[in-house]
Design a protein around this ligand. Structure first.
Ligand code: GTR
Length: 435
């Protein structure tokens, strides 16, 4: 990235705390200086959020029953049609093939399994591979963190983890010798030993097994398998890549329901950034997920679209035109016309616990806008009998909110997943998923 002049600016965090950052540090993180992108809190234009507890026809929602019967389906359909796109049901021919089991993984503390989820009988493609580490102690069915990965072999140095053929397709190499396939590249984001030692299983699915994270690559993903004959691309209200990744998370859960070593009723989704967006939508769509962690999920994730700070709808659709339903592109530069905003995505997950994590220098992802979305979802959690305990203003750095149904923290630093983040996710999971 080209060097930028250093230009100090201040972001107001709640009433008391202040932190400063520089454009130079933004350039090295995910917060590039771009024309038309606002990073100045004083330039955030006034906005009015849609009320999750008022139906489209203006009827107020006063009871949990009204939410579940009337408002939730209405909101869900709006997100599905206008933002992420509709997905097909679970494929009836789906079956599971256990490809490897090692009961002495990670120095003996875990059992590692690789399971291929075949979506259709009698055909080699499409499929996705689930990598699973289950704690050996205690033997009881373990709660699970389930996550999308950028290659299951990239989350660990464990050389026994297979490299997906889809990864090799997406990352062509002169040869595929170990070391050239980025084995362990993202291991710092995955403290697998810690997760397992705390009694949780970890399951991973490579995004490219579902849809390559690339433009014009739809032919390599699963979506064309579900087009009607003659269909060339998704209809305006049909799935983009974020929804197809989320669909894959549900298929992974289908498998986990068949694995006696884990407790499929206690599966927490964890996603960072683009996979945080997918995790939130997957949890809204599939109520079997018990909890979700959205780390720095930004635009289309936990960040409010109407708050003009950081990445805009137009910017994300320009950079990643294949992520959302085509209908979402109607809202480029017209966020105020969206029939929903992202606090309502969080509300769709209620009463199940949601953890929103942000980083102070990840201005592209609008930390404050993500906190405000969590705050604006609170009335729905309260209505459903799962009150949250978020403070009135965004807390200062390293002050995590772990109690209540919505967890939150702001940590110092840039766009990443750190050990501190995982410590909070595990502590939040301990409150909700431990028996
Ligand atoms: C960025 C994108 C963000 C976020 C991020 C990531 O370039 O604009 O919305 O998804 O990528 O996934 O790391």
């Amino acid at each position: 990235m080209t060097a930028l002049p250093t230009c100090r600016f201040v972001v107001r965090v709640g009433a008391a705390a202040l932190f400063t950052s520089t454009l130079a540090s933004m350039a090295s993180s995910q917060s590039p200086a771009r024309a038309g992108i606002n990073y100045d809190e004083s330039h955030v234009a006034p906005y009015t959020l849609p009320d999750p507890l008022v139906r489209t026809d203006g009827t107020p929602v006063r009871t949990a029953e009204q939410w579940l019967r009337d408002r939730r389906p209405e909101l869900f359909a709006l997100f599905e049609r206008e933002v992420y796109g509709k997905v097909p049901p679970a494929p009836p021919g789906q079956w599971f093939e256990t490809r490897s089991v090692d009961q002495h993984a990670l120095g003996g503390i875990a059992t590692r399994k690789e399971v291929r989820v075949h979506f259709e009988r009698g055909r080699a493609e499409p499929y996705m591979d689930v990598l699973l580490y289950v704690p050996n102690e205690p033997r009881a069915p373990a709660p699970v963190f389930l996550a999308l990965t950028y290659g299951n072999h990239t989350i660990t140095r464990d050389t026994a983890v297979s490299v997906s053929p889809h990864f090799l397709r997406d990352h062509p190499l002169p040869d595929s010798a170990h070391g050239q396939v980025r084995r362990g590249e993202w291991r710092d984001r995955w403290p697998i030993e810690t997760i397992v030692s705390r009694g949780y299983a970890l399951a991973g699915v490579y995004v490219g097994d579902l849809d390559p994270d690339a433009r014009d690559a739809i032919a390599h993903g699963i979506r064309p398998h579900y087009f009607v004959p003659g269909q060339a691309g998704p209809l305006p209200d049909q799935w983009g890549a974020l929804a197809s990744w989320g669909w894959g998370l549900s298929r992974a859960l289908d498998y986990l329901e068949h694995d006696a070593d884990v407790d499929a009723r206690r599966v927490a989704l964890m996603g960072h950034s683009r996979t945080g967006k997918s995790a939130l939508w997957a949890a809204a769509r599939d109520t079997r997920f018990a909890m979700v962690v959205a780390n720095e999920s930004g635009t289309g994730g936990a960040k409010l679209s109407r708050r003009n700070f950081g990445e805009t709808v137009a910017e994300i659709n320009r950079g990643f035109p294949f992520w959302f339903a085509r209908n979402f592109h109607k809202y480029d530069g017209r966020e105020h016309d969206l029939p929903v905003d992202q606090h309502e995505l969080i509300a769709l997950i209620a009463p199940r616990p949601v953890y929103v994590a942000v980083a102070a220098d990840d201005l592209w992802g609008d930390p404050r806008g993500s906190f405000l979305a969590a705050k604006a979802a609170e009335p729905v959690f309260a209505l459903l009998g799962a009150p949250s305990k978020l403070p009135a203003e965004m807390p200062a750095v390293n002050q995590s909110t772990l109690d209540g149904s919505i967890g939150f923290h702001l940590r110092p630093g840039t766009h990443d997943v750190t050990d501190y983040d995982w410590e909070q996710f595990l502590a939040f999971a301990d409150r909700h998923l431990r028996r």
